[in-house]
Write a protein that binds this ligand. Structure first.
Ligand SMILES: *[C@@H]1O[C@H](CO)[C@@H](O)[C@H](O)[C@H]1NC(C)=O
Ligand SMILES: *[C@@H]1O[C@H](CO)[C@@H](O)[C@H](O)[C@H]1NC(C)=O
Ligand SMILES: *[C@@H]1O[C@H](CO)[C@@H](O)[C@H](O)[C@H]1NC(C)=O
Ligand SMILES: *[C@@H]1O[C@H](CO)[C@@H](O)[C@H](O)[C@H]1NC(C)=O
Length: 962
């Protein structure tokens, strides 16, 4: 068969189908069609004309041009509506019914089986339907009339119980719960629709019909569907899904369908001047009114589904938080009930053997980050240094700059180093428990807003075990302040030290800061105290005062501990305070032994002739530094000590001496992490959180400017933004202002959360210091930041600025929309704050973080949909919008605003425009109408992602590395 043959066959089949298909959703019945009430003709294409709907052989509308036109049809008395379908009086029903000839038909069985009187037909002209009701309304819509100015009528048949209707064709056509609608324009039917699964809902005098499976058909070549100036066939044919027809007590109804709602607002197409008419037996009405209690509760339950879900989530989170709190409380109580163990009194010494440290040069690092061993630019900082300090001894590590003093001190304190450490550090003691090492770094990092007493008490509460009572901790702090000679500074704020605070009130002096730093370590009653240049930067009086304190601690009669301090350039007096000396030169030990004049004697005897002798009356320390700064090579061959036995290889036989070099290296780092890094926190999590929160709260209360500036700035910005968009109208320009206002708020939040970044950068050193001293776990710190930074400084200002703007700009005037609006902005603030926390913790360099944050704010603004229509971005770049939290926030805010049923009413060149704002929103910005909850979920995902990122980075990356 040829191609033309196929085509012919198809044409034939098409013709057959066309011939037998019924218009107006008539039902095929053999070769004829069962038509819906009011239609007739071979294919049901013709509406009835005049007469009444009961007449079987009713005249059909006269053909005018291509289509039947009902304009000239005159109704019988008692009948009305377009097409004379609507009864107006009971007598009209009765007359029409009895004269319809087929009186004792199917309807009889229902209407009059028991008593003749109750079978009387009445005309029900209310909106409520008992069996099958006709309604006829006119459609008055400015936008529609701008295109189609003539009379437009919509006829609707609502069928609830077709079996109870006296209408002749009711049973053969239409099942229970159907709606059939047809639209007449200037008397000519333009399109018709059918929906099923309808339910009637009677609430508060309203009659609401909800149906499913809507389908519509445009009649080709009519004015609406190709015959007129505008062809809206496409729009009509896409009408689908669910349909509701909501009629209130009066004569107005709303014809609601998704597309129509997008076009005309959430009220859909409004129908006015509706006439209802239903010929129905009185008995049907009587029997129905008895049990017509239709439930109206389903709707409200549906409405609040989202709210209930949200409340459930919030409640669940609260419950989890409460559970954790309970768990924390239990743990805290258990920890407090442990009997305080008596001071162990085990004295700890410090020994280190063949400690070497190599820093890898930049060149030795390949691009993949792997290290090439033994590259040329590796720098040996320490080379085989050994030594020992007994409890009650105080050792000074001397040497010129670059000799490796700080490195050695840090290795002894078990700090994480970036280079490679080999050798062994051990802490022999009677008890064998891992020692508590107190380490005072060179830089003082102290909380500037606290007083000296508060800072020390904070340390005591977090670093002393829970079972030490708070009273005891206070006494210890008081005693320690006496020992350190800072009791007079008890209530002085620490401040920023010198003029660093930028004009802020001066705090305590440098020497006092050193002593507070030392105190913070001592309060934890360490077994070993290690200090890095405790006297640098201090005048000689302060320096010797610090040194005397250290000596008193080392020689404490009850609990002597070893004290190791690197000293830069001690005065004669300071030098004499130390018991033993380790002299370093270019990473190698030149001398290790007793202090005072012993080193000078050592060089005078052992190194006679190699090193110059110490001149009489010369400061021994200066002499030693001179020797160490430029030592003759032969000096390194000499024995390095004259009294303390030096480490020999294989000396430490009791602790697995058969370690290879790499194993030793591992041992060195492991031992450190075990003794210092992985030390358990002294306080339980709840205590940590409680104390941290206490401190943050104190700081917030003291530094009132911080909070009040945020609040004041946000109020001013709120008034500014509200004034800018004051009482926006519902014109097209007003709509632009509305979305502009929302955009403004989004951009404001994106930029103002930069201050969160600065905050993190500012507070980071203190966190690093306290974390490395095991004050608290990073989780507790993050949680306290969340409570005392995010809530007062981010969320409250956001709420203020958005509330002021919201009501001044006159956005949707009801509580539900306002809270949904606020919810989105708070979520967005959280997301942006966490994002900035992420940048602030990830980059050591605050400048880079700020640059990135500002750039990403710009990127977000670009892809938010305000500057560029999201669907017109080239596909290569379009995916970028999915990574843009501002887009989701703005979409949710716009959807929320438009979802309040916002209509845009304006005139464009004299044509009145009355369209739903959601249509414009979609056209202008590409925002989807139903995306609110999706956006909320996406924002939650962003928050969770950023939050996890912050937690991960803080746990893994934000730790001290030296
Ligand atoms: C009922 O249907 C028949 C055929 O289906 C049609 O001829 C008749 O005119 C219809 N009656 C009314 C009142 O529409
Ligand atoms: C009509 O029926 C109702 C109950 O269905 C009955 O109460 C009423 O008396 C009847 N009317 C007459 C006139 O019989
Ligand atoms: C229907 O008839 C009326 C009166 O004759 C006329 O005014 C109207 O234009 C007609 N409708 C159409 C669509 O031609
Ligand atoms: C619609 O009108 C066009 C031209 O006026 C005609 O060619 C076409 O056959 C018509 N279609 C129908 C279904 O009547």
């Amino acid at each position: 068969m040829t191609v033309t043959g196929f085509a012919f066959l198809f044409l034939l089949v098409g013709l057959v189908i066309a011939q037998t298909s019924c218009d107006n959703y008539g039902v095929q019945n053999g070769s004829a069609c069962n038509c819906p009430t009011g239609f007739g003709g071979a294919t049901c294409a013709s509406p009835g004309c005049g007469g009444d709907i009961f007449q079987s052989g009713r005249a059909l509308a006269p053909q005018q041009g291509a289509f039947p036109n009902i304009t000239t049809c005159a109704c019988e008395s008692g009948w009305g509506g377009a097409g004379c379908n609507v009864c107006q009086s009971s007598s009209a029903c009765q007359t029409a019914y009895s004269s319809s000839g087929s009186a004792p038909s199917s309807a009889q069985s229902v209407t009059g089986s028991e008593t003749g009187e109750n079978s009387t037909l009445v005309c029900n002209s209310a909106a409520q339907v008992y069996a099958a009701s006709q309604m006829s309304c006119s459609v008055v819509n400015p936008t529609l009339q701008a295109i189609f100015p003539l009379n437009t009528n919509l006829n609707i048949i609502r069928t609830l119980q077709p079996g109870l209707s006296p209408l002749p064709n009711a049973t053969s056509f239409g099942t229970a719960g159907t709606v059939f609608a047809s639209l007449f324009y200037a008397g000519v039917e333009q399109f018709y629709c059918l929906a099923d699964s309808c339910t009637q809902d009677l609430t508060g005098g309203d009659t609401n019909w909800d149906c499913q499976n809507l389908k519509c058909n445009c009649i080709t070549n009519t004015t609406f569907c190709g015959g007129g100036a505008e062809d809206i066939t496409g729009a009509i044919d896409t009408l689908s899904g669910s349909l509701s027809i909501d009629c209130d007590n009066s004569t107005t109804c709303a014809f609601k369908e998704a597309t129509l709602q997008a076009l005309f607002g959430s009220a859909g197409l409004s129908l006015t001047g509706c006439m209802f008419g239903e010929c129905v037996a009185q008995s049907v009405i009587d029997s129905t009114s008895g049990n017509s209690t239709t439930s109206g509760s389903t709707k409200s339950a549906q409405l609040s589904g989202g709210v209930i879900g949200g409340l459930a989530v919030v409640g669940g989170l609260l419950l989890i938080a409460l559970l954790f709190l309970l768990l924390g409380l239990l743990k805290q109580r258990a920890a407090r009930r442990v009997k305080p163990d008596l001071a162990d009194g085990s004295r700890v010494a410090v020994e280190w053997a063949r400690v070497s440290y190599v820093v890898h040069g930049l060149g030795s690092r390949s691009w993949l980050g792997k290290r090439a061993k033994g590259a040329e630019d590796d720098k040996v900082v320490l080379d085989n240094v050994s030594g020992r300090v007994a409890p009650g001894q105080m050792m000074a590590i001397l040497g010129p700059s670059g000799a490796g003093k700080t490195t050695l001190v840090e290795i002894l304190a078990g700090k994480r180093k970036s280079g490679t450490t080999t050798g062994r550090v051990s802490f022999p003691s009677a008890g064998g428990a891992p020692p508590r090492i107190g380490f005072v770094p060179q830089q003082d990092v102290l909380p500037p807003m606290l007083t000296v007493y508060e800072a020390l008490l904070f340390g005591a509460r977090l670093r002393l075990p829970e079972n030490v009572s708070d009273e005891d901790k206070r006494t210890r702090v008081e005693g320690l302040m006496e020992t350190l000679g800072i009791a007079s500074l008890r209530n002085v704020r620490i401040g920023w030290g010198g003029d660093v605070g930028g004009g802020k009130a001066r705090g305590i002096s440098g020497g006092e800061m050193r002593r507070v730093s030392i105190g913070l370590e001592l309060i934890a009653s360490p077994d070993v105290l290690i200090l890095d240049e405790p006297t640098s930067g201090l005048d000689s009086v302060s320096a010797s005062r610090v040194a005397k304190v250290l000596r008193a601690i080392a020689h404490d009669s009850e609990n002597p501990i070893p004290v190791i301090a690197s000293i830069h350039q001690p005065s004669s007096q300071l030098y004499q305070i130390f018991d033993s000396i380790l002299l370093l030169s270019h990473g190698r030990a030149l001398y290790s032994g007793p202090g005072a004049f012993a080193p000078a004697e050592h060089f005078a005897s052992a190194a006679a002739g190699i090193a110059p002798a110490c001149p009489q009356g010369y400061n021994v320390a200066d002499y030693l530094l001179e020797v160490a700064s430029d030592p003759p090579a032969a000096l390194f061959q000499l024995p390095r000590t004259n009294s303390v036995p030096e480490w020999e290889e294989g000396d430490r036989s009791e602790k697995g001496s058969a370690e290879s070099a790499s194993a030793e290296k591992r041992a060195a780092s492991n031992k450190h992490s075990k003794s210092a890094g992985r030390q358990k926190y002294a306080a339980t999590f709840l205590t940590q959180l409680q104390r941290l929160s206490g401190r943050e709260w104190k700081i917030l209360r003291r530094d009132k400017t911080l909070f009040f500036t945020h609040v004041a700035v946000s109020s001013v910005l709120g008034v500014f933004c509200g004034g800018l968009y004051f009482k926006t109208g519902i014109t097209i320009a007003g709509f632009q202002s509305r979305v502009g206002c929302l955009f403004f708020l989004g951009a404001l939040i994106a930029f103002s959360s930069l201050s969160a970044l600065y905050n993190i950068v500012e507070i980071r050193p203190l966190f690093l210091r306290e974390r490395s001293s095991s004050y608290y776990s990073p989780t507790a710190w993050l949680l306290s930041r969340l409570i005392f930074d995010v809530i007062p400084l981010r969320i409250i200002p956001t709420i203020i600025v958005s509330t002021i703007t919201y009501w001044m700009a006159g956005l949707a005037h009801d509580a539900a929309h306002y809270f949904k609006f606020l919810f989105i902005l708070v979520l967005y603030t959280l997301a942006m704050t966490l994002y900035n926390f992420l940048l602030g913790t990830f980059f050591h360099n605050g400048g880079v973080a700020i640059l990135l944050s500002a750039l990403s704010a710009l990127y977000q603004m670009t892809f938010a949909g305000f500057f560029v229509h999201l669907n017109s971005i080239p596909p290569v770049l379009r995916w970028l919008q999915w990574l843009c939290p501002l887009k989701y926030s703005l979409e949710a805010l716009a959807v929320n605003e438009v979802g309040s049923g916002l209509m845009i009413q304006d005139t464009l060149q004299g044509v009145p425009v009355d369209v739903s704002a959601s249509l414009i929103m979609n056209l202008l910005f590409g925002f989807g109408e139903n995306n609110y909850y999706r956006d909320v979920l996406v924002l939650f995902a962003f928050i969770a992602g950023f939050g996890l990122g912050v937690i991960g980075i803080v746990w893994l990356k934000v730790r001290e590395r030296r």
